[in-house]
Ligand binder design. Structure first.
Ligand SMILES: [Zn+2]
Length: 342
């Protein structure tokens, strides 16, 4: 990446209201059949265009073709029964009715590869593609087959690796694994979570990222955040082992969070996607606020390794707000770029 401080988003962006109900997670599609297929592609084009208009350097599909960052991937796999549901606690936080693993899991065919090829055709800019991480996947399921979180995560890691290799072949430059569960299950992360992630990236030549956040700005997450105290030191538990891992980039929540930024020192040497946009509020950051978050992280991250980003996905936000936040991200990065090159 030649651009200094290349900007990107953590992943999801709002969908147009003709495609899905706005400001809603797991929003049902408003189209079906071929119209839905075409509608998703059109939305992807619009989302790409909005990122380009805002001057985002590393673009994505805005997750326009998926209903949810974890569920949609799992829907394409064998071994999971979506009719058979059990209530579990997701990330130790909120109850949800989830599908059941009823047999060996496998990928019958590529999940996002055609979408990635379509995005690749639309732009010469670097593209990033998000996949759910193995630990976050197991956390949204009831496992009646393996009866072992570690075993199921390992099977998912193998499946993700197949998908990732095909995404790489389709021309994706950065493959990102979303692992909000890394902020919750520290012992498991260190025992086998990071090992599973390394299994998922095995043999890849493109860059790889892990996104670890405090979640979308939905009520269950904001309530949970209130219980975390004034200093959020969760990253401290997993950073030392991540620093030693083969993952190239770590994507983190920084702006407006209570994460002590000096924790970034623990992943010194890694590239860091610094969340400089809060996705849990409709108020729009000023470029100066973005710049100030970036400047603060420059104390712990070398400029060459700093990738300005959003704290998390923006799917639940109103479109105009998300769009304004993208503009602020670009403008804030530009302020710091100028300072660095002065
Ligand atoms: Zn996130």
């Amino acid at each position: 990446m030649k651009t200094l401080l290349p900007t990107s988003t953590a992943g999801s962006l709002p969908k147009p209201s003709w495609l899905a109900q706005p400001e809603t997670l797991w929003s049902p599609w408003k189209l079906e059949g071929n119209e839905l297929t075409d509608g998703k592609q059109d939305a992807l084009r619009v989302s790409l265009h909005e990122q380009q208009q805002a001057g985002i350097d590393i673009v994505s599909d805005g997750e326009q073709t998926r209903q949810h960052f974890v569920t949609t991937f799992i829907e394409h796999l064998n071994g999971v029964d979506f009719e058979k549901r059990e209530t579990v606690k997701i990330r130790d936080r909120y109850d949800a009715s989830v599908p059941t693993v009823v047999g060996p899991v496998s990928r019958q065919k590529p999940v996002f590869v055609e979408d990635a090829k379509f995005l690749r055709q639309q732009t010469d800019q670097p593209i990033k593609w998000a996949l759910p991480g193995p630990m976050t996947m197991i956390d949204t399921l009831y496992d009646a087959h393996y009866q072992s979180r570690e075993k199921l995560a390992w099977e998912f890691a193998k499946i993700l690796n197949e998908e990732a290799k095909e995404l790489e072949a389709a021309g994706v430059d950065i493959i990102q694994f979303d692992e909000p569960a890394f902020n919750v299950f520290f012992d498991e992360v260190n025992d086998w979570g990071i090992a599973c992630l390394e299994r998922a990236i095995e043999g890849l030549k493109c860059e790889t990222a892990v996104h670890i956040c405090y979640g979308y700005g939905i009520k269950a997450n904001t309530d949970w955040k209130k219980t975390l105290g004034s200093e959020w030191r969760q990253y401290e538990e997993v950073f030392p082992k991540l620093q030693q891992s083969n993952i190239d980039i770590i994507s983190l929540e920084c702006h407006n969070s209570h994460v002590p930024l000096e924790l970034l020192e623990l992943v010194r040497g890694k590239k860091v996607m610094v969340g400089a946009i809060d996705v849990a509020t409709d108020s729009i950051e000023t470029p100066e606020e973005v710049a100030s978050t970036l400047r603060e992280t420059l104390k712990y991250v070398d400029a060459d390794n700093l990738y300005p980003c959003t704290n998390c996905g923006m799917a639940p936000l109103p479109r105009d707000i998300a769009s304004a936040k993208l503009n602020a991200l670009s403008a804030g990065a530009e302020i710091v770029r100028k300072e660095l090159s002065a």
